[in-house]
Design a protein around this ligand. Structure first.
Ligand code: KG4
Ligand code: ZN
Length: 338
């Protein structure tokens, strides 16, 4: 059984192949040029996917030692994401599957992240708590099986990655903000400023806009404007922000651990690359005697491997889609998440 997974929902083009349950190729190409614009430019993203996708598919097949005819399932991200970018990967997948008379499998990007822990040697055990933190999503889920996923909470404003990106921009570090904040904050004290963690009506919901505003207010009050911050204090503000952002996430996971009897805790999405967050959730999981699973860095951000894996699982459950299945920009449109 050979499954190809194509991911093109945002600024990464990725193609992966799972052959007989083994990941044999996972190629990722990041569109670095967006950093010149301070964020992802949708039209430029679509064009870049279009240029690079076919050569990447060929490279991936070569790496796997397979011919196109040997593919059984063609999986691709159908949403959520940038509609133009999604259409490039999804249309390509439909064309490939249709011409080869093979199975076409649209995959929900967030579900790809949720199950990315299964790409690791140590896998989550059902039921597990899944914290998905990326540039577009922040969600806490109770995953009971491949097809039973209950959303416990979500962000009511910004996504966690978005908050990192915005604060990074404010401090003049650039895009993407997560890695820049993490590097600046390395080995810095965290108590230079105290930024509050929002309480929401639903105890498992998240909110980052208040945190962002309090960083901005702190800067305005102390320095007047961001450009007046002494260079030595930029890192201290970054560290205090990162500390609060991570706490805002980890306290919700801990609350859920008190109320739901799960076997594992799984962390995924681009922000899962954050070392402080990984360490914090690992410690909490240890305290509650739960297995903690987080993908290696290659599988934290957007990648084709998680799409191929999810596509394979859906296929094994006998799930089928027709070629008129369309791309969708928002999470609510097609998902197993209730
Ligand atoms: O999952 P992803 O690659 O794309 C989306 O689906 O959004 O996540 C990208 C997000 C960006 O906001 C980026 O700043 C954030 O992940 N990120 C991080 C780190 N590395 C990437 N955030 C915090 N710490 C990091 N080390
Ligand atoms: Zn993602």
């Amino acid at each position: 059984m050979n499954v190809i997974g194509i991911e093109s929902s945002c600024d990464e083009t990725s193609v992966a192949i799972i052959s007989n349950d083994k990941l044999v190729s996972n190629r990722i190409s990041s569109q670095d040029f967006h950093k010149h614009y301070g964020g992802v430019v949708p039209e430029l993203s679509s064009r870049a996917h279009l240029q690079i996708l076919l050569p990447m598919v060929k490279d991936s097949l070569n790496e796997a030692g397979l011919k196109t005819e040997q593919l059984d399932v063609v999986a691709a991200t159908a949403g959520p994401g940038l509609i133009g970018a999604l259409l490039v990967g999804l249309s390509f997948a439909k064309g490939l599957a249709f011409s080869l008379k093979k199975i076409f499998m649209p995959v929900n990007h967030v579900e790809g992240h949720i199950f990315s822990g299964f790409l690791m040697e140590e896998k989550p055990e059902y039921p597990f708590l899944s914290l998905i933190v990326s540039g577009g999503h922040t969600m806490l889920l109770l995953v009971e099986s491949d097809l039973k996923i209950q959303k416990l909470g979500t962000t009511i404003d910004d996504a966690a990655g978005e908050a990192f990106d915005k604060i990074s921009k404010l401090l003049g570090f650039g895009y993407p903000g997560g890695p820049m904040i993490q590097n600046a904050a390395l080995n810095q004290r965290t108590d230079f400023a105290e930024f509050p963690i929002a309480q929401c009506k639903n105890p498992y919901d998240f909110s980052f806009s208040g945190l962002k505003t309090s960083v901005l207010r702190f800067i305005q009050k102390k320095y007047g404007e961001p450009s007046k911050i002494p260079s030595g204090e930029l890192a201290l503000i970054a560290a205090a922000f990162q500390h609060s952002a991570v706490k805002a996430l980890s306290t919700k996971v801990e609350k859920a651990l008190k109320n739901y009897d799960v076997k594992s805790v799984s962390l995924a999405g681009g922000v899962a690359a954050n070392k402080l967050l990984r360490d914090e959730l690992s410690n909490i999981s240890d305290r509650y005697k739960k297995k903690f699973i987080v993908p290696s860095l290659e599988f934290c951000g957007d990648n084709g491997a998680m799409i191929a894996y999810r596509g394979l699982r859906l296929h094994r459950h006998g799930i089928k889609y027709s070629f008129d299945f369309n791309a969708f920009p928002s999470l609510n449109d097609h998902t197993f998440i209730e």
